[in-house]
Design a protein around this ligand. Structure first.
Ligand SMILES: [Zn+2]
Length: 302
């Protein structure tokens, strides 16, 4: 055991080196900051903003509301300080505020005034329905109770108008769910997201089966697809999320020996036969909250 561990140290696998090489400590803390945004900036600011991502030491903060954009800009220095205090390192140097691009698509419930649609330059209000369509809708809503008849007819007119206007403008519908497509889209955003999620699940299962394999190895063995950059993205995403998940368990002291082994395999991508207990223990202790030591890792020496 001792000798093996010694050998691994010699091979350049000492713990600080692994962490440094994988540059995991700061990213992990930043990831925590992202989840804990509310604690850092307070509930009021957190309601209108979130951490969208990181570009080296620059934090990208998405703001949902332009009024808050100015407010947050004034607090910039304070927020940088708060983040650095949270991650316990003077890492963050700047914040870039962006209007959130991930805002859910704007929904217009009543569009009879003919206002411009967001995303499409289609003026629904200008669309004219054929007499045939109007008659058909009147007919189909005639059987409804009187109190809601007119409301439903108006709703159906608005729908038909939208349909007519979009079709006239050459806007196509998602072949899978019927949602209107943006320019250049083959599938709508939500259907694409769902397809991606399916692929991610498959990648997750593979990574969990053999966490020590690299992306190139998985591709070479034909275990994951080779679709442009998508699988590289999914592989990195899955790996990162798994690592964070196990770190979190260790941090909260609710990890099992299997969790620790998985984390060590994921981080080092060493073959499981190369893992010694001492090595795993050393690695995982880095992430453990000082005060608690997981019961299964407790030894007489502790
Ligand atoms: Zn769709």
């Amino acid at each position: 055991m001792e000798e093996r561990n010694h050998k691994m140290e010699k091979a350049g696998l000492s713990i600080p080196k692994i962490l440094e090489r994988n540059r995991l400590l700061v990213p992990y803390k930043l990831y925590q900051a992202k989840l804990d945004w509310k604690t850092i900036v307070g509930p009021q600011i957190a309601k209108y903003s979130y951490i969208q991502g990181f570009d080296e030491s620059v934090v990208q903060v998405a703001v949902l509301n332009s009024v808050w954009m100015n407010q947050l800009f004034m607090y910039k220095k304070k927020i940088i300080k708060a983040i650095n205090e949270y991650i316990k390192e003077p890492f963050v140097t700047d914040i870039r505020f962006v209007r959130s691009g991930r805002k859910p698509p704007a929904v217009t419930y009543a569009n009879t005034a003919g206002e411009e649609e967001e995303g499409f330059a289609v003026r629904v209000g200008n669309a004219r329905l054929s007499e045939e369509t109007v008659r058909r809708i009147r007919q189909e809503t005639a059987a409804l109770p009187e109190a809601i008849q007119e409301k439903m007819a108006q709703l159906r007119f608005a729908q038909a108008k939208r349909q007519t206007a979009y079709q006239a403008a050459g806007v196509r519908q998602c072949p899978s769910c019927g949602r209107w497509l943006e320019k250049g889209e083959e599938l709508c955003f939500l259907c694409r997201l769902r397809a991606r999620q399916e692929k991610k699940k498959a990648v997750y299962a593979t990574v969990m089966d053999m966490p020590w394999l690299t992306l190139d190895e998985l591709k070479a063995y034909g275990m994951i697809g080779d679709e442009g950059r998508l699988y590289e993205e999914l592989y990195n995403e899955v790996r990162r999320e798994c690592i964070y998940k196990y770190m979190e368990r260790i941090y909260h002291g609710c990890d099992t020996p299997e969790d620790d082994m998985m984390l060590a395999l994921l981080i080092t991508r060493r073959n499981p036969t190369e893992m010694t207990d001492a090595f795993i223990r050393n690695l995982t202790e880095k992430y453990r909250r000082k005060s608690d030591v997981s019961s299964h890792r407790r030894t007489e020496n502790d």
